[in-house]
Design a protein around this ligand. Structure first.
Ligand code: C2E
Ligand code: MG
Ligand code: MG
Length: 668
């Protein structure tokens, strides 16, 4: 499945790239910090070198030079005694390499003594450090020997050049300036060895900082990436099953359609809906429902081909994209049987059958929402007809979703006691006496009002719900008839049953039990079954009807004339009554063909020892003609419309002596 495509090498490449980016990004600040610190250390070391030179110069000035001066300003030159002393001093100091050069200057900057005679008698420039020192400042700088403008000769070694005022005499006063060059090499050696240690420590520290920064950045970004990946996943997936959600389904479907255009192979868009999933949720709880959905999602995914997609659209609805599929119907039937296999949920073995609708497309610009709607219409039809898998076709699109939702509500309606029975009387034409009433079901819907059977029966008949409904009608009709009997009105009640009811081998048993429970004699019940219901499984129907007839229940063949019952089959059935369909009866006065058919049917019924009922009698003319043809019973709006039990009681009372009580007709 493309949803779980594995791309380890791509992931490895992207991790390595990210690793490189982190390494580069984190090393830049560390390097800048390192350079700044190194420069600061170097400057600091130089400052310390100069300070050292300054103190050394002060020491030499105070201990060796100043005591040798007589206190007169040096501008006029040294005395010969001073000169001799100074020569001795420099012989010692310069000879011992403690000093590189020593000069004495007057306060005007002129050199009055120079150990090597250089610059003697020269005056420094106006900005010369000598003049600063003449004004009392101590000036020190790093330089090289002979690098001053006034010096001659090749540049010498590194030196600390210090200018400082010279004081002498009593009281002491400034007499001149000492210019001294101290060798920088020993100072530099001290400074450098200190700096090396510092650089080493700095290097180690920066390395540790880099490692720390790197690991923090890497871990934070890893976490952020993980969270971003989770958020991206949630935006595109269903949280329960982790399957793609509708958003991702739509984009994948579009991509699949674009691919289909290139490959020329159709794409199937399918919707799977689980039958009766709501019952599982309601009875076992949502936890079990979720467990079941998760397991089914896993099963569906495991049975998809790579490149196909399964998504959960919500509730118990899944959607599929099958690419390059040669026989989508077959593939979906296979998938259906996989889903329908038993699932163990909290110790219970559950099996849900899915209904699947699908649409096959090749057009790349097809609207995926419309394709989904088509698949949904087909899915509802699959549900309605218990056909498992249905492919969409435009002619299916008259499907009314309101009816579907009604079918879903019917179970609740039955449990909530919302069904009611209306009764329509049947009279014996010859005597104008009421002999039976037909029970006709209605649904007092809480919001839609009173619904006629054609609104909800066809849907109930597609599911097991019709069994519950028929059982309810049977028991309610028998209980109400028994009430009438007890009140002194003994009429039989006709109850309609569906094809699905008589398909159950134990249906007769169920009817007999209901009669017993209601304490109503079997001959007070007429079971109305339509011709078409008999034709679905004639042998099974014949068995059930025979069982009912044996128990004393009367069988009426409803809507006779609408189907094509073979006369041979009809004569073999234990049918007591033919009920001519109202489409033939209601217009028989205007339609001679219908009149002829009705007449023949009456004759046929009598010849087979059956009574004949005509339904749909709306006019006196029709009733008169039927009487003339020898029809036994009449039912229709002319006599009475279907009515509630209370209305029926009133209606019967109003008829007075023409009512029939407790005298079942001899022919029945
Ligand atoms: P049906 O068994 O043939 O019932 C007679 C239908 O004809 C009733 O419609 C009744 O109202 C209508 N009818 C009676 N006299 C006249 C008339 O003079 N003119 C016209 N135009 N119509 C007349 P309803 O009650 O709408 O029932 C429709 C069908 O629904 C019934 O046809 C029956 O097949 C089915 N049905 C009703 N109740 C039940 C039930 O409890 N169980 C089952 N399985 N089916 C039922
Ligand atoms: Mg009927
Ligand atoms: Mg009928």
């Amino acid at each position: 499945m493309t949803g779980q495509m594995d791309r380890p090498s791509a992931a490895r490449r992207s991790t390595a790239r990210l690793f490189g980016v982190y390494a580069a990004v984190t090393i830049v600040p560390v390097l800048i910090l390192g350079v700044v610190l190194a420069v600061t250390f170097r400057n600091d070391a130089n400052r310390r070198g100069l300070a050292e030179g300054r103190s050394e110069a002060a020491l030499i000035a105070q201990t060796a030079v100043e005591p040798r001066l007589n206190g007169l300003p040096l501008r006029a030159g040294l005395t010969s005694a001073e000169n001799t002393d100074m020569k001795r001093l420099v012989a010692l100091a310069v000879g011992g390499h403690d000093v590189l050069r020593l000069r004495l200057r007057g306060l005007d900057g002129r050199v009055v003594f120079s150990d090597d005679g250089s610059g003697f008698g020269e005056k420094g420039d106006d900005d010369d450090e000598a003049l600063d020192a003449a004004h009392g400042a101590v000036v020190a700088r790093l330089t090289r020997l002979n690098s001053d403008g006034s010096d001659t000769g090749a540049q010498g070694v590194s030196a600390v050049e210090v200018y400082r005022p010279l004081r002498a005499g009593s009281p002491s006063r400034q007499v001149g300036v000492l210019e001294i060059y101290l060798p920088y090499a020993p100072i530099a050696h001290d400074v450098d060895s200190g700096l090396h240690r510092l650089y080493l420590d700095l290097g180690i520290g920066l390395l540790a900082l880099y490692a720390l920064l790197f690991s923090i950045t890497a871990s934070v970004s890893r976490r952020l990436r993980r969270e971003a990946a989770i958020n991206a996943f949630l935006a595109q997936h269903d949280t329960l099953t982790e399957l793609p959600n509708r958003v991702q389904f739509l984009s994948r479907a579009k991509a699949a359609l674009a691919r289909a255009e290139r490959s020329g192979q159709p794409v199937a868009i399918a919707i799977i809906d689980l039958d009766h999933f709501k019952d599982i949720n309601d009875t076992l709880g949502h936890g079990s429902g979720d467990q079941l959905l998760t397991e089914l999602a896993r099963r569906i995914s495991a049975n998809m081909r790579p490149g196909d997609t399964v998504a959960r659209l919500g509730g118990d609805e899944f959607a599929l994209i099958l690419c390059d599929v040669s026989d989508a119907e077959q593939a979906l039937f296979r998938l259906r049987s996989v889903i329908a296999g038993e699932v163990e949920v909290r110790g219970l073995s559950l099996a849900v059958t899915p209904s699947i609708g699908f649409e096959l497309v090749t057009e790349p610009d097809a609207d995926v929402d419309i394709l989904l709607q088509h698949a949904e219409v087909a899915m509802y039809l699959a549900k309605e007809h218990h056909s498992g898998v249905v492919r969409y076709a435009p002619e299916l699109d008259h499907f009314d979703p309101t009816n579907l939702s009604l079918a879903g509500e019917l179970r609740r309606g039955i449990d909530a006691g919302e069904l009611v029975l209306h009764y329509q009387p049947q009279s014996v034409i010859a005597r104008d006496e009421i002999e039976a009433v037909e029970a006709l079901v209605r649904w007092q819907h809480p919001s839609r009002g009173l619904l006629s059977p054609d609104r909800f029966l066809p849907l109930a008949e597609q599911t097991d719900l019709i069994d519950t409904l028929t059982d309810w009608v049977l028991r309610a009709a028998l209980a109400e008839i028994r009430g009438l009997r007890e009140a002194g009105t003994d009429v039989a009640v006709a109850v309609n049953v569906s094809a699905r009811n008589i398909a159950h081998a134990d249906f007769a048993e169920q009817v007999i039990r209901a009669l017993r429970d209601a304490d109503v004699p079997p001959d007070r019940l007429i079971v109305e079954v339509t011709e078409t219901a008999l034709l679905i499984d004639p042998e099974q129907a014949a068995r059930v009807l025979a069982e009912l007839a044996d128990a004393g229940v009367k069988i009426s063949l409803d809507d006779f004339g609408r189907g094509q019952t073979s006369l041979g089959y009809l004569s073999a059935l234990p049918v007591h009554e033919l009920k001519i369909d109202r489409s033939l009866v209601s217009d028989m006065c205007q339609n001679p063909a219908h009149a002829a058919i009705v007449r023949s049917m009456i004759e046929l019924g009598h010849n087979l020892s059956m009574r004949v009922v005509a339904e749909g009698i709306e006019t006196e003319d029709v009733l008169a003609d039927l009487g003339e043809y020898g029809c036994d019973l009449a039912q229709g709006y002319l006599l009475a419309r279907p009515m509630t039990l209370a209305q029926l009681e009133q209606w019967l009372t109003d008829r007075g002596p023409r009512r029939v009580a407790g005298t079942p007709p001899s022919s029945l």
